[in-house]
Design a protein around this ligand. Structure first.
Ligand SMILES: [Zn+2]
Length: 72
């Protein structure tokens, strides 16, 4: 499996935008999400197995942020 951990730009070919989520930039991530919703692309889980996208970050930090945001 190709290591992409050091790459900080979008995994899409010829895309130089910074990664936002799953190794994709905001544009490609939104586009991929739409393709999956329209059944025009396999799920993120399959794309992840194929090395097309990176595993989603653990939700811990994000949920921690929500807790912080809602705390007093
Ligand atoms: Zn991109």
């Amino acid at each position: 499996m190709k290591s992409t951990t050091m790459k900080s730009t979008c995994l899409a070919p010829d895309c130089k935008r910074p990664q936002l989520c799953r190794g994709l930039c905001s544009t490609h991530y939104a586009y991929t999400t739409r393709l999956i919703a329209n059944k025009k692309a396999p799920s993120f889980r399959v794309l992840e197995e194929r090395g097309k996208v990176l595993p989603a970050k653990r939700a811990g930090r994000k949920s921690g942020f929500v807790t912080w945001l809602n705390g007093k």
